[in-house]
Write a protein that binds this ligand. Structure first.
Ligand code: HEC
Length: 89
């Protein structure tokens, strides 16, 4: 019983850290990109990896803020996933 409580406390204490570090690309888009426009704007757009990089530079110029690893994760996700007609948002 005591062991379970200790394990539970341990899980609760590391949980917030784990969540912020393991944001999925979707969560990042939800958090970082919806500040200025709807996420549909992101999901309804199809671009290659290079085009997304250019777009991210532009968003950064507008004031968008995201970590370098977030940027890479989202660019990878969007350039691989965003196929026209894909409604699995
Ligand atoms: C600081 C505000 C801001 C943030 C944050 C922001 N954007 Fe934008 N975004 C804009 C503005 C302003 C426009 C319209 C002007 C334009 O298209 O350049 C736009 C337009 C777009 C477009 C449509 C134009 C195109 O190039 O196809 C896409 C796609 C886009 N943003 C993606 C993103 C993504 C992905 C993120 C998150 C990583 C993001 N934006 C975060 C300001 C922002």
């Amino acid at each position: 019983m005591l062991r379970h409580i200790i394990i539970l406390i341990f899980i609760l204490s590391i949980a917030p850290v784990t969540f912020t570090e393991n944001l999925s690309p979707k969560d990042i888009i939800e958090k970082r990109c919806s500040v200025c426009h709807s996420t549909n704007r992101v999901y309804d757009t199809k671009k290659s990896k290079t085009e997304w990089e250019t777009t991210f530079d532009r968003m950064t110029n507008y004031g968008a803020k995201f970590g370098q690893d977030e940027r890479e994760a989202v660019i990878k996700y969007l350039s691989e996933k965003n196929i026209p007609g894909d409604l699995q948002h």
